[in-house]
Ligand binder design. Structure first.
Ligand code: B3K
Ligand code: ZN
Length: 894
């Protein structure tokens, strides 16, 4: 297929005012009657009506109640129903379309599908056209009335968007329900659910005094796992009112969980549909990170009610308008729920870690695209970490530039201007700037918007020079951005750099500086770069300071700065900015890792020097630090992150080096790990709050280390204690951490523990996912993971049709286990080819994600690079590829 370009946007030729849908639900043959009121858009030249449709059987078309002529256009993008002989003029007319579809055979999980005998829909981005012929584009917003009819015993619950206005019995054991959504919406926000479900219900009264019914629908056995999701929803509602004055606009707000879902969840108006992974959580079955995932995603989808549903995207190029903004909102929500400032910092570090380990590589690879892309072939491929996480960083920079209150004012103006509309990223940025006319953002708006237009991760280079005589410190900052596909040259970005100066003894130094030999003295802790280079001269300094730059990760850039080890140790020990404290440890670890990777010969046993080890010991022992923060500092940069720093990547060498570093820290700090583990013991009841979760995270890391150290030190006690902990744990976090410590160390107790784990949780699909994932992502020892993965593919619990299961095994191996996957015999790549092709025949969206596992193949060393190229070419050679996979593979080979 050829690409769609942002520049080609045209308003729709017709508007749809109302849609009445009537469904006769049947898995094998669902009948859909779609009655619409349309009129021509007077602002565009008169033309035929072209309605999108996919895998539909068309029975009848009526215009104003009369049969009419129509034709089918089959393009490379699917089918269109074309009506040429419509009534002249601007008068509204009625169009009725009767179609059928087959939900039972819908393995793509787009449109109307069946999961465990329940009907669900997924319409974003272009799934509605698999339900009926429609103007399936987000700028066509209509009022929906939906009638659902189905067998009463098999489908007792019938849900759609909005309010239930009527329900009743029909003949033949059937019943019906009629729903009216009072808000205009684009088709991608339509949803229906029908099946045997039960609900946790909660009635709430908002600050504004309105009553609402909140419902979370799940399968009968799962009701006891919905409390956390309900609490998260209530917190979300309260937070959006308190922070942005945005209230719930519906009498009823529903969440429904399905175990077959392509992604995390979907923000359909009033009827959010969720992957069970982000709804169900109980102490026994969910880890702390599952709990926090539920909180974030429940928040995210709820926040879309305003940023996405009330104001939506004009076209799919504007996707980050709702996604970047809503990720920013869910990140802020989770941070605001933290009682302690230290927990906020931990959340920020975790978010940045995702950005740097997943989005930075995307921005440096063949799929690099701007936050607002210029072209795409398949929009599903652009639900990326760039649109989401980098988009959120762009919104965060706006908040940094206008302040927290200024940002809230900007949001208010955005809704005043655009409520009920489908708009662009420009509209959003303009509203934030206009509400803050005195701000840097307002002054720099056109340049700031380069963040939407230019792909690639900018680099900021910093160099400092201390002048003892003048007691001054000169800091030069310069920026650049590497070429990306279709964008050879970049213009300078607006980069907010939060900064401070730290004395060698750790004291914070006063900030008095001049910029670019200007007259005025600045003292702000935020400096905003706008040019390719700047010079800052700091005054009144009695000794050379250590610059602490990009505090809190104030911009999504790579900071190049040559710190000495001593400077980094100072920042690690003393920086008042927790992010840069953590970052100092990461830089030190990375430095050791890169030195050992680049060195000739075998990987030495001692990759780390004594100073680093002692610094880690000090962190571990520091009573004033949170356990969660310690866990982050003591976790070494991932193999993927190390790989990104290198021009030529040997995944096996990186793995060997990182394993040596882990082992060294495990052995050298053995007594401290033991102490950390003991200290984490406490006898309160389980709670997933950040402080307790942090304690468990550090205890888990301690167990990993104690088990790693067991073999080389001849210790036999810790593996036994770990097994005991695995058996006795009263919560999934401790249990899974103990299990993964045994699995990760390759201890003989891992086998019985895995068997026991499986037996304990046979009926808990989300736990069985963990069981697969843990094995597929375990450290590779002599190529043992691929045979294990192949064997697990044959396990009766494995199904490639279920996306969660596929992710827990196939993705966990191909994406989450570099050393297991990048094999010198190419067998990992051969497996990948097989799985991409098999998956593509079932579910192209999921297949296209898997296809990206080799995005960075051009960086690979011999023999991996040639083997990877050959594997990608083998996928490309398939004649039956979906547009989804074809786009990813074509870009990879370009
Ligand atoms: N908006 C949906 C994503 C839909 C993905 C379609 N391929 C979930 C979210 O971001 O909240
Ligand atoms: Zn979203």
């Amino acid at each position: 297929a050829t690409a769609i370009h942002r520049a080609d946007y045209q308003a729709p030729a017709y508007w749809i005012a109302t849609v009445e849908l009537c469904f006769d639900l049947d898995p094998a043959k669902t009948r859909v009657l779609n009655r619409m009121q349309l009129r021509r858009n007077p602002d565009v030249p008169a033309q035929a009506l072209r309605l999108d449709g996919e895998e539909l059987n068309l029975a009848r078309v009526l215009v104003n109640g009369q049969g009419t002529s129509f034709r089918m256009d089959t393009t490379e993008r699917g089918q269109q129903l074309v009506l040429e002989n419509l009534p002249e003029g601007d008068e509204p007319f009625t169009l009725e379309i009767f179609t059928t579809c087959c939900p039972a055979k819908n393995t793509k999980l787009m449109g109307l599908f069946v999961s465990q005998d329940t009907f669900f829909t997924q319409c974003e981005a272009e799934g509605f056209r698999r339900i009926t012929y429609f103007l399936d584009r987000p700028d066509v917003m209509a009022l929906y009335t939906v009638t659902l009819r189905a067998d009463r015993d098999k489908y007792p619950v019938l849900l759609s968007n909005g309010n239930l206005v009527e329900e009743g019995t029909l003949d033949d054991g059937r019943h019906f329900a009629k729903w009216v959504d009072p808000f205009k919406k684009p088709a991608y926000l339509f949803a229906l659910v029908a099946g045997k479900l039960v609900a946790r219900e909660q009635r709430i009264r908002s600050r504004a005094g309105n009553d609402h019914l909140l419902q979370i629908f799940v399968r009968r056995g799962d009701l006891d796992k919905t409390e956390h999701a309900m609490l998260s929803l209530m917190h979300s509602i309260a937070w959006d009112e308190a922070r942005f004055g945005l209230t719930l606009d519906l009498e009823r707000f529903m969440i429904v969980a399905t175990s077959d879902f392509n992604m995390g969840a979907m923000e359909n108006k009033g009827l959010n549909i969720f992957n069970t992974k982000y709804v169900l959580a109980s102490q026994a079955t969910a880890t702390d990170s599952d709990f926090s995932g539920v909180e974030s995603v429940v928040g995210h989808e709820y926040f879309h009610n305003w940023t996405g549903d009330r104001v939506t995207c004009r076209d799919w190029f504007q996707l980050s308008l709702k996604e970047g903004l809503t990720v920013f909102r869910d990140q802020e929500f989770s941070m605001d729920l933290c009682a302690e400032a230290s927990a906020r910092a931990v959340k920020r570090i975790e978010d940045v870690r995702v950005l740097r380990t997943v989005q930075f590589p995307e921005d440096a690879g063949p799929m690099a695209h701007p936050v607002r892309p210029d072209a795409y072939i398949e929009i599903s491929n652009f639900y990326t970490v760039t649109i989401y996480e980098k988009g959120a960083e762009v919104v965060r920079m706006m908040q940094t530039l206008v302040g927290r209150d200024g940002f809230a004012k900007g949001m208010t103006l955005y809704f005043e201007r655009h409520d009920g509309q489908a708009v662009t990223c420009d509209d959003f940025a303009q509203a934030i700037a206009d509400a803050n006319p005195q701000s840097h953002l307002a002054a720099l708006l056109p340049q700031f918007k380069r963040w939407y237009a230019q792909a690639g991760t900018p680099r900021v280079h910093a160099a400092g020079h201390y002048d003892a005589e003048n007691r001054s410190y000169t800091l030069t900052l310069s920026q650049s951005c590497p070429p990306t596909p279709d964008q050879p040259v970049k213009e300078p970005f607006v980069i907010p750099v939060a900064l401070g100066l730290v004395a060698a003894n750790g004291a914070a130094l006063p900030l008095q500086y001049t910029v670019d030999s200007g007259e005025t003295n600045a003292s702000e802790a935020l400096f905003t770069m706008t040019q390719a280079g700047h010079t800052l001269v700091f005054h009144g300094l009695d000794a050379e300071p250590v610059p602490s730059l990009l505090r809190g990760f104030s911009a999504p850039v790579i900071l190049d700065i040559e710190y000495s080890d001593a400077q980094l140790l100072t920042l690690l020990a003393h920086d008042s900015d927790p992010f840069n404290r953590w970052e100092a440890a990461q830089r030190l670890a990375l430095r050791h890792a890169l030195n050992a990777v680049s060195a000739e010969g075998d990987v030495p046993a001692q990759v780390l020097d004594g100073a680093f080890v002692e610094a880690m010991r000090a962190i571990l022992r520091e009573p004033a630090l949170d356990a969660a923060f310690k866990e982050l500092v003591l976790t070494l940069p991932s193999e993927g992150y190390i790989a990104e720093q290198l021009a030529v990547v040997d995944p096996q060498r990186i793995h060997a080096v990182r394993e040596a570093m882990r082992l060294q820290l495990a052995v050298a700090l053995q007594p401290d790990w033991a102490a950390a583990w003991e200290a984490s013991e406490h006898n309160g009841s389980y709670s997933p709050d950040p402080l307790s979760a942090g304690r468990r995270a550090l205890a888990g890391l301690a167990l990993v280390n104690l088990n790693l150290a067991a073999a080389p030190t001849g210790d036999t006690v810790w593996p036994g204690r770990t097994y005991q902990r695995f058996k006795d744990a009263d919560n999934m976090t401790d249990r899974a951490n103990a299990l993964s410590a045994l699995v990760g160390a390759g201890h003989e107790l891992a086998k019985p523990a895995l068997e026991r784990f499986h037996a304990l949780f046979t009926d808990e699909a989300l736990v069985i996912d963990k069981w697969f994932q843990m094995q597929a992502s375990a450290p590779d020892r002599g190529g043992d993971i691929l045979p294990l993965v192949k064997q697990l593919m044959k396990h009766p619990d494995f199904s490639i049709q279920n996306p969660n299961r596929a992710r827990s095994l196939v993705f966990a191996y191909c994406n989450g286990n570099p050393a297991g996957f990048h094999r010198a015999d190419g067998a990992g790549y051969a497996f990948w080819v097989e799985q991409v092709l098999a998956m593509d025949a079932i579910n192209p969206q999921v297949a296209a994600r898997l296809a990206r596992a080799l995005d960075r193949w051009k960086k690979l060393a011999a023999p991996y690079q040639a083997l990877a190229r050959e594997a990608i070419s083998r996928v490309a050679a398939s004649t039956s590829l979906s547009n989804d996979v074809r786009e990813v593979i074509t870009r990879a080979l370009a």
